[in-house]
Design a binder for this molecule. Structure first.
Ligand code: ATP
Ligand code: MG
Length: 368
């Protein structure tokens, strides 16, 4: 195998009250497209931030192209020219126009002439279909457009590697696709990348390698197939399985039914659930939970669990309190006909020994 581009050795990062990374060892090869996944707080951002030296390791080393970037006296500006980073929150310079944002680093750090920097910026903008925004300020652009500019700004430094920390998680769902497609294109051009993401479908489709982080470091490292379909270790397995379950609990009459829409949208996006099934999830939530059950229950407690199975089937299980009540005894014919249209294999049971949630309705959503 060729020499690694980056070798991380015995890397530890300790903050006052936590040690998110403990003795991490990792080799990154040129051309790797690494998706980093894992629960919150497992040091994914910390690892990325140390690789371009926004954070200083407590101990250990990071060797980039043979040079230890954790050594005293290391030129951090050169490290950051080589390794660009894209953040969740874009981090563009608000007081500069789009084209000036892209020109700034090449002019000041790489001493490119303003004309050359401008020409390059316009070419890059054209690649992401944003040349018409060159003279706008970032605040005049949508989140998706700002993030495409942030990617272009990083590319203008001709980096050897790009680090993305949840690049689409601050975006309106309608804009996720345009940013992912730009990242995909950069990946195809061969730039080495590490991407922290909660978008599992995106991770699976773009990555050549997936790293699951947990227990203070790299817990499992493998191909997308291995990590998503055949995880070898217990915690990876649990994490992958948990992603596929969405639980929504309603415990009051003052719920904002619209507030649940993003939860379902996000779940569907993460799991690559077809639109028709996602719409069925919305329908079931609205008709069963909000229209039929909620008005009937004096002190409501409704728990809707949606599970996306390995076979691609989506099962919904709704548990609720109150006396025995099968939704089919409801007189809301419209709601019942909507439910009937999107489900199959419905079963209703009442188990009085389950004191808090004795009623249980299970069904499978139909994919049309
Ligand atoms: N500057 C800091 N000072 C103190 N603690 C920090 C600092 N930055 C991160 N931490 C802690 O280190 C741990 C790892 O944080 P990190 O942001 O790397 O996690 P993460 O895996 O990126 O999580 P998420 O998925 O929520 O973004 C957390 O417990 C966090 O609270
Ligand atoms: Mg993070």
């Amino acid at each position: 195998m060729s020499e690694p581009m980056i070798s991380i050795r015995n890397l530890t990062k300790t903050y006052v009250s936590v040690t998110p990374l403990r003795d991490v060892n990792l080799d990154i090869y040129r051309g790797d497209i690494i998706a980093i996944i894992g629960p919150s707080g497992t040091g994914k951002s910390t690892l990325l931030r140390m690789i371009n030296r926004l954070e200083t390791p407590t101990s250990g080393s990071i060797i980039v192209d043979g040079e230890d970037i954790t050594a005293p006296g290391c030129r951090l500006d050169l490290v950051r020219q080589k390794i660009g980073m894209i953040f969740q929150s874009f981090n563009l310079f608000d007081q500069l126009t789009v084209v000036e944002n892209i020109m700034a680093a090449p002019v000041s750090l790489r001493h490119v002439s303003r004309q050359d920097a401008y020409d390059q910026a316009m070419t890059l903008l054209k690649n992401v279909s944003l040349q018409s925004k060159a003279l706008n300020y970032p605040s005049e652009l949508s989140g998706g457009q700002q993030q495409r500019i942030a990617i272009v700004r990083a590319l203008a430094m001709q980096p050897e590697m790009l680090l993305f920390d949840e690049p689409t998680s601050a975006l309106d769902p309608t804009m996720v696709g345009e940013v992912e497609s730009v990242i995909r294109r950069v990946a195809r051009q061969g730039t080495t990348m590490m991407i922290v993401t909660h978008g599992m479908d995106f991770a699976r489709s773009i990555a050549t390698r997936v790293i699951y982080m947990d227990e203070g470091g790299v817990y499992e490292d493998g191909t997308p197939e291995q990590i998503f379909l055949h995880p070898q270790r217990e915690r990876t397995r649990q994490f992958i399985q948990r992603l596929k379950v969405l639980t929504i609990t309603i415990d009051s009459h003052d719920v904002d039914a619209l507030g649940y829409i993003p939860l379902i949208e996000e779940f569907a996006e993460k799991n690559d659930i077809p639109r028709s099934v996602k719409n069925a999830m919305h329908s079931i939530f609205d008709e069963v939970c909000i229209c039929i059950l909620l008005p009937r229950l004096e002190n409501p407690l409704i728990k809707m669990t949606t599970e996306y199975g390995a076979d691609g089937q989506v099962m919904v299980n709704i548990q609720y309190n109150g006396p025995r009540f099968d939704i089919h005894d409801s007189d809301d014919d419209l709601a019942l006909s909507i439910i009937k249209a999107v489900t199959t294999e419905k079963t209703y049971t009442y188990d009085a020994t389950r004191a808090d949630l004795p009623n249980q309705l299970s069904m499978r959503l139909i994919e049309d």
